[in-house]
Design a protein around this ligand. Structure first.
Ligand code: HEM
Ligand SMILES: *[C@@H]1O[C@H](CO)[C@@H](O)[C@H](O)[C@H]1NC(C)=O
Ligand SMILES: *[C@@H]1O[C@H](CO)[C@@H](O)[C@H](O)[C@H]1NC(C)=O
Ligand SMILES: *[C@@H]1O[C@H](CO)[C@@H](O)[C@H](O)[C@H]1NC(C)=O
Ligand SMILES: *[C@@H]1O[C@H](CO)[C@@H](O)[C@H](O)[C@H]1NC(C)=O
Length: 599
């Protein structure tokens, strides 16, 4: 009886599904095929970006164009009419700004979601998949061609590119909008970016956060400036090369070759990385103006990290953590050789890096009240692609130099950014732990317009020029690409009359506002950054973290990490634990926020 009923029930089920499919099929039949549009423009009509919803514009010599809407879920001449399923999907999708306000508000539902594992998993699955869907995987573009090339995928010396460059035959640098010549960078910097008076971040963000941002992201933001701003020296994501080095040559140079550990030396009773003289063969690859002394410069996974105390601090902590993990593994597997201990510890460290980045760092950055969790298993079996490339727009978006204050107070001393450049001396004058406490109690700057300190302006200047060399499209094109509504005018962008007037003066047309300029001049949001920066950077960031191979179904299991103990280190990692395990004097109260009561 039971089986008969089950059989009948299933048959009915199939019939209903088939009927629904048939109905959808008929509603979903494509409207007229994409057709050629003749224009009387005297330029390539694709320069005006006529195709919406990620349709691809293809033009012909008679100034006609066609929008290729294949697989966009839209059809029509400019890919503007939604197919039935797209329409349903879009009507269910919340408005990004409303969703962001909800996610960052103290809503009772978040308490429920945070405390019910099944709901929390659903929320994380939604976040991982909806963000991941917004990133091309595989990558389609690089910066030397305004159309898809096979090189974009196979030539990994290129950064990926989310929107192809503005073709260089277009009437203006932004396509058709705006002036023939973009505003002078120095004037732009003076009017829009330069700090008048330090504006602290309103979320109590400290320098431990600022340096985490820089330390973590420089493992994959590694422009090869010698070759050009479109090329990278790095790989496709979170490879922990900021701890171990990006070439095998470099990695070998800093290994101890015993018990899986990294080389270390003891200074005042504490473990520190070796000096360059102790690491023959290390690739330094620093620009010639950077002073390097083999006897006193530290040898780290990333050579630049020996040039700023805050970056050095994280390198010391991660080196100690790696060596600590090696001891745990050796205890568990006394029979393992150096090679196996090293590689397994490296997988654990990579897991810890991702866990801390999501649960401590992105949690603070986003100010979401939903607790973010590193749970790769929630997307196993879904359409999520475990592959990633770094997009050059992401590198530009992440130029977060406004976080950097003019200086740092350490006990009774004060160091300006330039006092600290090229030297890690302050760490030894005060001691590592005191320096960490100082990083925790000094405020970082607000990520906004008019907050770039003098010391970092040269890097901003070069970045803006680079974005013009590789012909980024304007902010509104990126907003469209990431499903955000476009800005209608300068007030809509900034919410600030003076800034709106300055930008109006400089650009004339909202459609001509450059990518980075639009990101930093947008009105405040409840996060550390304005909304577009969250909703454009978020997809690249989530994709980069979760597409890591360790998150994929055949990797994400105890044996990858040397067994249950190693897997547990990954699954319980936190900023607090990282510091507690590796500071001499304890870590109470240290987080990404200044302690309560700090001025
Ligand atoms: C603490 C003070 C800082 C100094 C002195 C500094 C200095 C520099 C320098 C010298 C460059 C190379 C620029 C060039 O050659 O044109 C650079 C690039 C960059 N900086 Fe900073 N920076 C600082 C803080 C930060 C912070 C907090 C972030 C946030 C994550 C950041 C993000 C970047 C990025 C993404 C690049 C491009 C890297 C690449 O593609 O290779 N920087 N910075
Ligand atoms: C398609 O876009 C072009 C250029 O923006 C516009 O002139 C034209 O009216 C649009 N056509 C339709 C049917 O939307
Ligand atoms: C990648 O492209 C650049 C620029 O065209 C070229 O110089 C380089 O040789 C290419 N590399 C490979 C591996 O094809
Ligand atoms: C950077 O580019 C230069 C010039 O093409 C090349 O010689 C060098 O090998 C590149 N560096 C790295 C680390 O890829
Ligand atoms: C420096 O400050 C730390 C707390 O941030 C404190 O524990 C330490 O005693 C101070 N050292 C000196 C020499 O004042």
């Amino acid at each position: 009886m039971i089986t008969m009923e089950a059989f009948g029930g299933r048959r009915l089920h199939i019939a209903v599904v088939l009927a629904v499919v048939a109905v959808l099929w008929s509603v979903n039949t494509r409207s007229p095929p994409d057709s050629i549009v003749r224009t009387n423009a005297d330029y390539d009509p694709c320069c005006a970006y006529p195709c919406d919803n990620q349709g691809v514009c293809l033009s012909y010599p008679d100034r006609s164009y066609v929008c290729d809407c294949t697989n966009t879920g839209f059809s029509g001449i400019n890919c503007t009419s939604a197919d039935f399923l797209t329409w349903v999907h879009h009507s269910l999708k919340p408005d990004p700004e409303k969703l962001h306000n909800l996610l960052t508000s103290d809503w009772w539902l978040w308490d429920v979601v945070n405390n019910v594992p099944f709901l929390s998993d659903m929320a994380m699955k939604y976040i991982f998949i909806s963000r991941g869907d917004q990133v091309d995987s595989p990558v389609r573009f690089e910066s030397d061609h305004s159309y898809t090339t096979l090189d974009a995928y196979f030539n990994e010396t290129y950064f990926g590119r989310t929107l192809p460059p503005v073709p260089d035959h277009c009437p203006t640098p932004m396509g058709v909008a705006g002036p023939k010549q973009l505003p002078d960078v120095d004037e732009l910097i003076k009017r829009v970016f330069l700090r008048r008076k330090f504006i602290p971040d309103p979320h109590d963000t400290n320098l431990l956060f600022q340096y985490y941002a820089q330390h973590f992201t420089h493992q994959f933001f590694r422009t090869n400036y010698t070759k050009g701003p479109q090329f990278t020296k790095g790989l496709g994501g979170v490879d922990s090369s900021h701890v171990y080095g990006v070439t095998e040559h470099h990695r070998r140079a800093i290994r101890l070759n015993k018990d899986g550990k990294l080389k270390y030396q003891i200074i005042d009773g504490e473990h520190f990385p070796p000096y360059i003289k102790d690491t023959p063969g290390l690739d330094m690859e620093l620009p010639p103006y950077v002073p390097v002394n083999a006897d006193t410069t530290f040898a780290l996974g990333h050579p630049f990290y020996a040039m700023l105390p805050g970056l050095f601090v994280y390198s010391v902590i991660w080196m100690r953590e790696h060596n600590r993990v090696c001891e745990v593994l050796k205890d568990e597997h006394p029979d393992w050789d150096d090679e196996r201990l090293y590689h397994t510890a490296k997988l654990i460290i990579t897991g810890e890096v991702i866990k801390i980045t999501i649960e401590d760092y992105v949690q603070h950055l986003s100010q979401y009240k939903v607790r973010l969790r590193f749970k790769p298993d929630v997307i196993h079996g879904s359409r999520f692609q475990f592959h990633n490339r770094i997009n050059v727009e992401f590198d530009h978006l992440y130029h977060w130099h406004p976080l950097v204050p003019d200086g740092i107070k350490v006990n009774e001393s004060y160091y300006t950014v330039m006092d600290m450049a090229f030297s890690v001396k302050p760490v030894f004058v005060h001691g590592l732990d005191n320096f960490i406490r100082a990083m925790a109690s000094n405020r970082a700057g607000k990520l906004s317009a008019r907050n770039h300190g003098k010391a970092t302006v040269p890097f901003l200047r070069k970045m803006l020029l680079n974005s013009r060399t590789i012909r980024f499209r304007g902010i509104n094109e990126y907003r469209k690409r990431f499903g955000l509504k476009t800005f209608t005018d300068f007030m809509d962008l900034t919410g600030d009359e003076e800034l709106a007037r300055d930008l109006q003066d400089l650009y004339g047309d909202i459609e001509a506002v450059e990518f980075y300029v639009g990101l930093l001049t947008e009105r405040d949001s409840p996060s550390l950054t304005p909304l577009a920066m969250v909703n454009i950077g978020g997809p690249w960031s989530v994709k980069g973290l979760i597409a890591n191979p360790i998150c994929s179904p055949h990797w994400w299991k105890p044996s990858t990490f040397g067994g249950d103990r190693g897997f547990e280190i990954v699954q319980t990692a936190s900023l607090q634990k990282l510091l507690c395990n590796n500071m001499k004097s304890g870590c109470e109260g240290i987080s990404f926020k200044v302690p309560p009561g700090t001025a």
